[in-house]
Ligand binder design. Structure first.
Ligand SMILES: [Zn+2]
Length: 232
């Protein structure tokens, strides 16, 4: 595990758990900055570096670049950052990874956890959800019961419906600077235009929320049972 400087040993606050470096910065970096400015401890945990995502670079070289991008973005946001050694593309909610995440949850005891919604076309994203879900179930026995929010990630759109909207106008410039630490955001890695998408999304959500820039999050859907149909 890589633990860049700035790690906080205070408990509470916000923990963001992403599948790949950049996922949480793009979708919840503004929320992280808001919490950091409020004086709360904020940690971003990347379950993989995302080193397999550059078609023109060897994974080992891209991993070095990604770690540096994560470090820079965390510095801009004023938060702590950790990266697991799990290889990109092979994340599964194994007992070992669940153990690590549960350990971090116990250590940090966050008030809020932000992670991927399970309705994703990317297996690493869905498996991040299942990893966090299993880790949360384990630490709940010890009284660690943070609220869970899912950010608005274009890859996790199946069944995603935000019901929480946060005014990110005060931290928009910081978020954009942090996101732009990543080549993936600036462009030239994959055809998808991350910057245009997430900049436009924040403007669209802002229009709906009546502010300049906003971000949507989804709380866990309620578990419900439909009444049984009566036969005959
Ligand atoms: Zn990802």
């Amino acid at each position: 595990m890589t633990t860049p400087p700035g790690h906080s040993d205070r408990r509470g606050g916000l923990l963001l758990v992403g599948a790949h470096i950049a996922d949480m910065e793009f979708t919840a970096g503004h929320l992280a900055r808001l919490h950091a400015l409020a004086g709360e401890p904020v940690t971003i945990l990347h379950l993989t570096a995302g080193e397999g995502g550059h078609p023109g670079m060897e994974p080992a070289a891209y991993r070095v670049q990604k770690l540096e991008e994560a470090r820079q973005a965390a510095e801009v946001l004023g938060i702590s950052c950790r990266v697991l050694d799990t290889p990109d593309g092979s994340l599964v909610p194994s007992p070992e990874v669940v153990d690590v995440v549960a350990g971090i949850l116990t250590e940090l005891a966050p008030s809020t956890v932000v992670t991927h919604w399970r309705g994703s076309f990317h297996p690493d994203h869905a498996n991040t959800y299942f990893t966090v879900e299993a880790a949360l179930a384990r630490v709940a026995r010890d009284g660690v019961t943070p609220q869970l929010w899912f950010p608005d990630n274009w890859e996790d759109a199946d069944g995603y419906r935000p019901d929480i909207f946060v005014d990110i106008t005060p931290v928009y410039d910081d978020w954009l600077e942090a996101a732009r630490c990543h080549q993936l955001f600036r462009g030239g890695v994959v055809p998808f235009d991350y910057q245009s998408y997430y900049v436009g999304l924040s403007a669209m959500r802002g229009r709906l929320a009546g502010v300049e820039r906003a971000a949507g999050f989804m709380s866990p859907p309620p578990i419900f049972a439909k009444p049984l149909s009566r036969l005959g």
